[in-house]
Design a protein around this ligand. Structure first.
Ligand code: FAD
Ligand code: SIN
Length: 548
């Protein structure tokens, strides 16, 4: 991966960059540099000045680790209605039909765009769980890296995009805090964010005509996850604090096959391997999915993850196995080179050796509630990519639909915002935002309390709000989170903020929201499986809940 020597750089917006954009063009702030944020930045750069914030280096986020690929109807023998049906069924019929339709139908055009930006895919399509056909575009098992590299190269070539790495957005700046006359409005419009420059230790206001949250997922809420460290649900927490509606957060998807090894922090073994015929085996070597679902090891993820969870609990085994021994070493290395390489470094020589796997938190199907263009319920605020809840996934995401959703909504969001910005008032000089007030905050001398609270939240979420839930465990989680909330509220403003403290507050908020959403749901559906509430009350249709 090409990284610049200086991890942070920013550009002056040119007066005349050769495009229609000038210093008087609207300014759009995009928080996040994964597939959603970067592809939106490219679209926005046609008519706006764009700033992109990234918490770490530009390439760090869930996108880079995507293995399986992007689902889209590109094979002549495939059909839109089949992809639509598979998405609808995987989502336990809780998805929004119109959203499913346009995401599937706009997929091929977005893929062509991505190719034009430099991402190349293999000819042969992959197949993954829940898909009735081969429709996954991929570059072997490192599709995310291909996409992220292409997008980074593209945006670095666009002079109207200002890139700020190592900047952690802390909170949205809302109109009611800034303009006296808006104080009576509950929140007003989003005017920008406060962001911590983690290299310099400074906090500054970043002002914008429009803010797009593209902050990715929240896997770090759980002790075991496939997600990298930046996935702490910041966007959901910030949006919630700003009064935006969030929804469906109980639908955390657990990927059935993360590598089980003390030296593998969060390494995924792609579902595409099961698409090539690999089978899940119990610890003592039996076919784990036999008799549990007609699609066997390729059944939808929620079903496979629950079957593994039940088996591990029943037998107290530390993991189950993935068996790819039907593939030759050459085929395995050719199709899954990164998995072969990484497993090899740990002494697991797949496909000859069985691969030890466990389920882990993988994808947040819920998030900030948006309309068909990524607009949230807060004026001036959009949410796209994994941070959003658009209605595509319903109660369970179909494999490889998330990269697709990010591309579709990045484009829709930019198209919609172009009109909104034309018609709405722009920020004026009087709107200059107040500086961050450090108050009497002191330097934090010991990290230990923060580290302990991080671990406590993640452990209790794993134990009480995991793959299989009960009312008792959910209520316990709620009580324990309330205690942590009490302690954090006392401490948060006492110390100068660092990234860990900011993330801790967000992890806590997202955990609370997941528990609240889970407790509100009256029956089990899709990824939310509560053994005290297996069936819906008679005549009760499935509900989508929103929280403000
Ligand atoms: P991300 O790519 O996660 O980017 C988030 C960005 O937000 C990062 O730049 C981060 O620094 C930034 N950020 C976060 N908080 C802040 C903050 N407070 N301030 C500033 N910046 C912030 N999906 C598929 O469709 N197909 C697959 O094959 C697939 N495989 C996967 C494999 C793995 C191991 C994982 C973890 C996920 C996989 N997914 C897959 C899911 C998919 O990768 C993600 O849902 C998708 O990449 C999310 O893209 P995004 O742009 O929304 O967020
Ligand atoms: C995988 O490759 O198994 C992950 C695909 C996804 O999360 O969509």
């Amino acid at each position: 991966m090409n990284r610049p020597e200086n991890t942070t750089f920013s550009r002056q917006f040119p007066q005349n960059s050769g495009t229609a954009v000038s210093s008087s063009s609207p300014h759009v702030l995009i928080v996040g540099s994964g597939i959603a944020g970067l592809s939106a930045a490219i679209h926005f750069s046609d008519f706006a000045r764009v700033t992109v914030l990234a918490k770490a280096t530009l390439d760090e986020g869930n996108t880079r680790y995507a293995q399986g690929g992007i689902a889209a109807v590109v094979d002549p023998s495939d059909r839109f209605d089949h992809h639509i049906e598979d998405t609808w069924i995987a989502g336990a019929k809780l998805g929004v039909p119109e959203v499913i339709h346009f995401c599937v139908q706009e997929g091929p055009a977005r893929i062509e765009e991505l190719k034009a930006w430099g991402a190349n895919f293999e000819q042969e399509l992959h197949r993954e769980g829940g898909h009735g056909a081969r429709r996954i575009l991929h570059t072997h098992d490192s599709t995310g890296q291909t996409i992220e590299n292409a997008l980074i190269q593209k945006i670095r070539s666009l002079s109207q995009i200002d890139i700020r790495e190592h900047h952690t957005a802390i909170d949205l700046i809302m109109e009611n805090k800034v303009r006296a006359q808006s104080a009576k409005k509950p929140f007003g419009r989003a005017l920008g964010v406060y962001a911590l420059n983690t290299k310099a230790g400074t906090i500054a206001a970043v002002q914008a005509d429009l803010v797009v949250l593209a902050t990715g997922g929240a896997g770090k809420v759980y002790l075991y996850t496939s997600n990298p460290d930046v996935a702490t649900g910041d966007g959901v927490a910030m949006a919630h604090r700003a009064g935006a509606t969030v929804a469906n957060l109980e639908f955390m998807q657990f990927h059935p096959t993360c590598l089980y090894h003390p030296s593998a922090k969060n390494f995924l073994i792609t579902e595409a391997l099961r698409g090539e015929g690999a089978k899940l085996l119990t610890f003592d070597g039996r076919d784990l999915m036999e008799g549990k679902h007609p699609l066997g090891s390729l059944a939808p993820r929620d079903i496979v993850a629950r079957a593994i969870d039940a088996e591990m609990k029943r037998t107290a085994s530390p993991h189950v196995w993935l068996d790819a021994r039907h593939l030759s070493t050459e085929t395995f290395k050719e199709k899954f080179p990164e998995i072969a390489r990484f497993c090899g470094t740990l002494g697991i020589h797949a496909p000859k050796d069985l691969i030890p796997v466990v389920p882990a938190a993988h994808y947040s199907c819920g998030g900030v509630w948006t309309d068909h263009h990524g607009a949230t319920t807060v004026h001036g605020l959009y949410a796209i990519g994994e941070v959003a809840c658009t209605g595509l996934h319903g109660a369970n995401r179909l494999a490889s639909n998330s990269l697709l959703e990010a591309l579709v909504f990045a484009k829709r969001c930019a198209d919609h915002a172009k009109n909104t910005l034309k018609n709405s008032e722009r920020l004026t000089i009087e709107d200059r935002l107040p500086e961050w007030d450090f108050g009497r905050a002191v330097e934090l001398e010991e990290q230990i309390d923060i580290t302990a609270a991080w671990r406590e939240i993640r452990t209790l979420m794993w134990n009480y709000v995991g793959i299989v839930r009960t009312d008792r465990r959910l209520n316990r989680a709620r009580e324990r989170l309330a205690l942590i909330r009490h302690e954090l509220n006392e401490d948060y403003w006492k110390f100068r903020l660092n990234r860990d403290l900011i993330e801790l507050r967000n992890l806590l908020t997202v955990s609370e929201l997941i528990v609240e959403c889970a407790l509100r749901r009256s029956s089990s559906i899709g990824l939310h499986y509560n053994t005290d509430r297996l069936e819906p009350p008679l005549g009760h249709p499935p509900e989508t809940f929103t929280l403000v």
